[in-house]
Design a protein around this ligand. Sequence first.
Ligand code: ADP
Ligand code: GLC
Length: 485
Amino acid sequence: MKTPAILFATSEMAPWVKTGGLGDIAAALPAALRRAGYDIRVLLPAYPALRQAFPDAEPVAELPALAPALPPSRLLAAETDGLPLLLLDCPALYDRPGNPYLSAEGFDWSDNVSRFGLLSRVAALLGQDASPLAWRPDVVHANDWQTALAAAWLHYEGGAASVVTVHNIAFQGCFDKVMRSALGLPEAAWRFDGVEYHGLLSFLKAGLQLATRISTVSPSYAEEIQDEAFGYALAPLLRHRREELHGILNGIDDAIWNPAADPALATPYAANRLAAKRANKRALQQEMGLDVADDRPLFGVVSRLTEQKGHDLLLAVGDALPELPAQLVVLGSGDAALQDGFLALAEKWPGQVAVKLGFDEALAHRIEAGADCFVMPSRFEPCGLNQLYSLRYGTPPLVQATGGLADTVVDVSEETLADKTGNGFVMRDGSAEALLQAMQRVSETWRDKRLWQRIQQNGMRRDFSWRHAAADYGHLYREAVAARR
Ligand code: ADP
Ligand code: GLC
């Protein structure tokens, strides 16, 4: 079979628009596939950041209104490091500042159904005979609910094979049923095994039901979402399609996340030059207003502050930190209660706990480098990228055993030290006590500098680059093309 051509459809892409891991993946995976010889193009909205980054993007197609709720738009072509981008330009929908999903007040944009309805519709169109472009993908690869609906048009009208990747099943994109016709979906699609979901139009459900193949971002999460506790009401559908569901672990961009050549760090370091990591800890303590102490470990957090990430557990044990003793640095934004909780903790323990609210890419790198241990007590974690960055930065992660965290973090024990796989700390269960116990274990272990260095090096040696995952996606694309025929 010839190498399939791929359209990668996404609602965010680093460094221009990023709210979480999907942004990183949408930058790194297509680039890795291109290096592996795939003819791949990325479709995403022409948000202001992209218009600014690519002022000379060339109009390559004008699109009429494709349905009552979908205004006219056009496609602009650009390129980043040789990777072709298709920017979907529709100022009425995308030309606004801030977060791609939320208004400044923190609510979903009220026209998200049209914003991502159009993105999905155009992704499908580019895989169909009616496409305005001469280039035609063999596979349309949609990511999360914002593009998943593309699979519905490809299913009902024909065209390329489709792959839908679930990065987070908690976000499903459900809208009023009148949107079915407003988006121009055929009446025949309104079925329990079509786009309908408990009386609503669900973008993600439609994608998972109708895509040629489904994937998610770790083998464990692929199993977990077949279970009601993690897959919510979509678990039965995923069990039904289990033969067509693949778990492919995300990689990391090892050029951007490289402690030996990271422009955000004052002092670069590597597995064989770990002493230099200490300068990064001091610098981080200074930057964040923490006591510059080297007699206690520094725990780090960089995260969306939401229920998923389990930071309420960390707040519950926060007062025990100074006694451990240990310090904590937090960078994050999200739920008001969690933000306030961390601010209060920092106020109570000056010098020991420091918090910065907001999104700060460079500080995220400095925390990865300067912390001793990275904390992710997530309740669920489809893959998780921060534990991978931590492993690469010699900052052993402390995690709950779920999803991609379970697939990548190996608890330190006599056995796993002997076979050189032990690279972090896994909580025994999801309770605050278990978190505290694991933090105690970290503090004790950290005091044994030689042991700690072995753990750091076990993590730093593992290869989390995209090479493996790119090959796995290649198989998946071929399988989808063959199944579509
Ligand atoms: P998720 O996608 O669920 O948020 P991941 O671990 O996959 O979790 O990816 C999160 C990404 O977003 C990482 O690159 C992380 O560094 C980044 N990130 C999250 N919050 C912030 C923040 N406040 N400032 C900077 N980067 C952040
Ligand atoms: C989601 C998940 C995260 C994953 C990321 C990229 O945001 O919450 O676990 O790493 O997508 O796939």
